[in-house]
Design a protein around this ligand. Structure first.
Ligand SMILES: [Zn+2]
Length: 67
C-alpha cells in the first residue's frame, strides 16, 4: 500500500478568541470530528486553552489558514 498524502488528519492552528494570537498548532482527525458531531452532537472546537498573551485560559478557535 502506498502512502497517500491526503488523510483524515488535518492541521489546525488554534487562535485565541480574545487577543487573536496563534498559540497552538494541533492535528485533529477530521473523520472523528464529523462523527462526534453526528453521534454526540459535540465539537472539538472551541477549546479551552491557556493563552500566554492573556495569561489565562481562554477559548481557542480553529484557524483555517496556516502558513
Ligand atoms: Zn489571548
Amino acid at each position: 500500500m502506498a502512502k497517500t498524502k491526503k488523510g483524515p488528519r488535518q492541521s489546525a492552528g488554534l487562535q485565541c478568541s480574545v487577543c487573536k494570537s496563534f498559540n497552538y498548532i494541533t492535528e485533529y482527525n477530521k473523520n472523528n470530528e464529523t462523527l462526534m458531531k453526528q453521534t454526540k452532537n459535540i465539537s472539538t472546537f472551541p477549546l479551552n486553552k491557556y493563552c500566554n498573551v492573556c495569561m489565562k485560559h481562554t477559548s481557542h478557535k480553529m484557524a483555517k489558514k496556516l502558513k
